[in-house]
Ligand binder design. Sequence first.
Ligand SMILES: [Zn+2]
Length: 355
Amino acid sequence: MGLALPVVWSDHHRLHEPGGEIWVGVHTAGTELPARADAIRAELAAAGAHFVDTEPQTDDALHAVHDPELTGYLARAYEDWEAAGLPNDPGQDRVVPYLFPDPSLFSGFPPTTATSPSARAGQFAYDTMTLIGPGTWEAARAAIDTAVTAAALASRDGGLAYALTRPPGHHATRSAFGGSCYLNNSAAAAARLRRDTGGRVAVIDIDAHHGNGTQAIFWEDPEVLTGSVHVDPGAGWFPHFLGFASETGREGSNRNLPLAPGTGDEAWLAAVTELVAWARDQRTGGLVVALGVDAAAGDPESPLQVSANGYRAAGRALGELGLPTVVVQEGGYDLATIGSLVRETLEGLEEGMGA
Ligand SMILES: [Zn+2]
């Protein structure tokens, strides 16, 4: 028996080649590569999954979770960069911010929109690691459409759908991008699920890093619960400034469960189970799983030590909620294991749902 759930997919992810990252001023190779999504696809195809093409969505789906100023910027960012001649002088062929308009510069008045593309990038990017190339917008747009397509399928069938998204999205806020994320795919899936089911929705984020973008987007909205289990930002991990247990959102609708570096299956699963119990207590009618498999032992981007069995058990616990469920791909950077970790989680979800 192969996987039964639909896997929503777009080839457009390959158009996004960030070309590495700028970290502490140094150009590094980066790990958010097109090969990630292709490895997951190959593994799921071998497991008998069936693939569904992404349906292009209207701008409403985008603007349910993003400020039109951000999406308008991202849509033109590369074109404007090129038109300004920056790929030739000084020779930077990716959009990289040059200064960041910190609120303390402005005595409370809103900043003017900068005319220089290098300065404007800093108005929307909150780090220097999230570079924009010629195909980034098309790929990011296709990823959010993929997540919304999966949400529409899950709410129509009352079952499970998987959005094989790339670039990832959970670090993108309503009006800013960073952490290798441009548009928040999981948040858009939650907004669609909520619209279609009419009830409260939970986003449970099991990526190794705190889902700060999703938290920020729904901070004021008690109808979307956001829970995240991740490596403790206080131990020196991205996103550093956010992801602490004290961040509880409006009416307690946000929960963060930070874990010490080195945490393995037992404590990680206990945290996932705690978020599952919370979603059950709060009588949610739909679930988004922000699935990063970078909490696995051996992933180059995190110090957590979760096993493939751990991911499968997490899938089972999440599936036991028995809700319309959209699984949205977030991180996971070990190309040798990313596919099997995703497959194990999805199989666990199907087992949990009694498929
Ligand atoms: Zn991550």
